[in-house]
Write a protein that binds this ligand. Structure first.
Ligand code: SAM
Length: 286
C-alpha cells in the first residue's frame, strides 16, 4: 500500500498545548462536507479504515473497541437494570453495538446530527455500524441538544458520544444541556459523556465538571487508552442520581460478557476509576 503521513495538528485553543498526532495512511476512500463537518475516510496499512471529522481522527477499525466498550459497559453494568438507553452522537454505531449486547436493554435511542456519518459508517465500517437494523434500536438524525429539550421520556442511561466541544457538539457541554439530560433520566439514572484528554483538555474538563457538579449529586471520571487520540489517555465523565460505580455493579454479568470483549473486563471496571492526582484535583467539586 502506497502511504503518506496524515497529521492531526492539535489546535492551541482547544488542546491548550501545541502538539501533533501523525499516522501513516493509504488511499483516501471518501471525502465529503455535510452541513456540520468535513468527513474523510482513509485506508491504513495496519489499522483498517480510519474516520476523520474536521481533521480530527475519530476511530480506526483496529482500535475502536477501547472507546466503545468503555463508554457503554461501565454505566450499563453499574446500573441494576438498564432497559432504556439514549445515545447522543455515536454516528459510527460503535456505542450502539456495545449497548445492544445487554439483554436488559429493551430500547436504545440514538440521536446523531449528521446523516452522512451514519451512511458512510455503514459503507466503510460495517463491523462498527453493525446494529443499525437491530429492532431494539431507534435511530434518529437530529441535534442532540434539540432532542433533549423536547424529550418527554425517561432513560436509565444516557451516553454522550460526541465530537470535541466546538461546532455541532458545543451545546453538548453546556449546563442547559446537562440540566435537561438530568430531567430525562429516571430517578436512578446514570449519564456518561466522552470527556476528552485529562492532559490536553484540562480547562474543558474543569468547566464540564463545574456543570456536572451543579446538576448531579455525584460526578466522577474514568479513563481508557485510545492509541490515536491526543496523548492516548482518554476519559469519560460518569454522573449519577443514585448509583455510584461501586454501589452494586453487576459483576457476575460482567464476567459472563468479558470473554466476548477485547478491552472491558471486571478488573478494569474497578481500576478505570482510579485517577492520577492531577486529574482528581482538576475535577473535584469546588
Ligand atoms: N465514537 C467515536 C469514537 O470511537 O471515538 C467518536 C465519536 S462520534 C464519531 C461523534 C459524533 O457526534 C459525530 O458523528 C457527530 O456528528 C456527532 N455529534 C456532534 N454534535 C452533535 C449533536 N449536537 N447532536 C448529535 N450528534 C452530534
Amino acid at each position: 500500500m502506497q502511504t503518506t503521513w496524515l497529521n492531526e495538528d492539535l489546535d492551541q485553543t482547544i488542546f491548550e498545548v501545541g502538539a501533533r498526532v501523525s499516522m501513516r495512511v493509504g488511499k483516501k476512500l471518501f471525502e465529503g462536507q455535510s452541513d456540520f463537518q468535513k468527513l474523510e475516510i482513509y485506508e491504513t496499512p495496519h489499522y483498517g479504515n480510519m474516520m476523520v471529522l474536521d481533521g480530527c481522527v475519530m476511530l480506526t477499525e483496529a482500535n475502536e473497541f477501547s472507546y466503545h466498550e468503555m463508554i457503554a459497559h461501565v454505566p450499563l453494568f453499574a446500573h441494576p437494570n438498564p432497559e432504556r438507553v439514549l445515545i447522543i452522537g455515536g454516528g459510527d454505531g460503535g456505542a450502539a453495538r456495545e449497548v445492544l449486547r445487554h439483554p436488559q436493554v429493551k430500547e436504545c435511542v440514538m440521536v446523531e446530527i449528521d446523516g452522512l456519518v451514519i451512511e458512510k459508517s455503514k459503507e466503510y465500517f460495517p463491523t462498527i455500524a453493525s446494529e443499525f437494523n437491530n429492532p431494539r434500536l431507534t435511530l434518529l438524525v437530529d441535534d442532540g441538544v434539540k432532542y433533549i429539550e423536547n424529550n418527554k421520556t425517561a432513560f436509565d442511561v444516557i451516553l454522550v458520544d460526541s465530537t470535541d466541544p466546538v461546532g455541532p457538539a458545543e451545546g453538548l457541554f453546556s449546563k442547559d444541556f446537562y440540566q435537561k439530560a438530568y430531567n430525562s433520566l429516571k430517578p436512578n439514572g446514570i449519564l456518561v459523556a466522552q470527556a476528552e484528554s485529562p492532559y490536553y483538555f484540562k480547562r474543558t474538563q474543569r468547566e464540564l465538571f463545574d456543570v456536572l457538579h451543579s446538576v448531579f449529586s455525584y460526578a466522577t471520571l474514568y479513563t481508557t487508552n485510545i492509541p490515536f487520540y491526543p496523548s492516548g489517555m482518554w476519559s469519560f465523565a460518569y454522573a449519577s442520581k443514585e448509583y455510584k460505580e461501586n454501589t452494586n455493579p453487576r459483576y457476575t454479568d460482567m464476567e459472563k460478557m468479558e470473554e466476548n470483549l477485547q478491552y472491558f473486563n471486571r478488573k478494569l471496571y474497578e481500576g478505570c476509576f482510579a485517577l492520577p492526582t492531577f486529574v482528581k484535583k482538576n475535577i473535584e467539586k469546588k
